[in-house]
Design a protein. Structure first.
Length: 231
């Protein structure tokens, strides 16, 4: 999240973290570009009016300078509400445009929509086999059984559900589900994956989270043959 209104930045980031999102915050465009140069963000919420480099330039540079193949989705959050402002923002490379003041629930809906677009999904419901994740209502179930996930476990499952069958490394999980303050040398990922695995697999149910030795973890469709790993 990029905004020079620090009180707003703090309030929004706390709200998003309660929803299970990993959030980094900066107060100006220079810091935003610096962080984006070494962190593969899924989404950037970007204010337009900032001292120094404004949001339009940040947006344009994110589109042209972001390393790697995946450019983050960009949601502009701004008080500029004229038609011309919206057109300039979208033409500079923004994926969506939300005018301040806005309801927090609408921000959440826009974020969910943009992240689904990134993963090629549609709608708030993600489903693989017997598992369903309702991103709007923050609920996860298997065969109708509520999984009772913590916010972090829900965020991890949501990330896996958007990338079924992919091997996800611990480094990817730290980048996309935890924030910049996470200690990469702790066992927090392993512990969270362990509790999530147990909640996903009740008695007589096929396992869904597979450990791929030396590579990471993979979410399986139990109706398909299990892949390699020590699962």
């Amino acid at each position: 999240m990029v905004d020079d209104e620090l009180d707003l930045l703090d309030a929004l980031s706390r709200g998003l973290r309660r929803e299970g999102y990993a959030v980094d915050t900066v107060g100006n465009g220079d810091e935003a570009l610096a962080k984006a140069s070494w962190t593969p963000y899924d989404l950037v919420c970007l204010d337009l009016s900032m001292p120094g480099i404004d949001g339009l330039e940040v947006c344009e540079r994110l589109r042209t300078e972001t390393p790697g193949e995946v450019v983050p989705r960009i949601l502009m959050l701004t008080a500029r509400d004229t038609l011309e402002d919206r057109i300039r923002g979208l033409d500079s490379g923004a994926d969506d445009y939300l005018v301040k003041p806005f309801a927090f629930d609408e921000l959440l809906a826009r974020i969910r929509s943009l992240l689904r677009r990134e993963s090629g999904g549609s709608g708030a419901l993600l489903a693989i086999g017997e598992v369903e994740v309702d991103t709007a209502r923050h609920r996860a179930s298997r065969s109708g059984r509520d999984l009772g996930l913590t916010a972090k476990e829900f965020a991890v499952l949501r990330y896996f559900m958007s990338r079924p069958g992919e091997v996800i490394s611990q480094e990817q999980l730290l980048d996309h589900v935890w924030d910049e303050h996470a200690d990469p040398f702790t066992n927090t990922v392993r512990v969270t994956l362990g509790t999530l695995r147990r909640k996903l697999t009740a008695k007589d149910e096929e396992p869904m989270l597979e450990t791929v030795v030396g590579a990471g973890y993979r979410l399986l469709d139990p109706s398909a043959p299990l892949g390699s790993g020590d699962g």
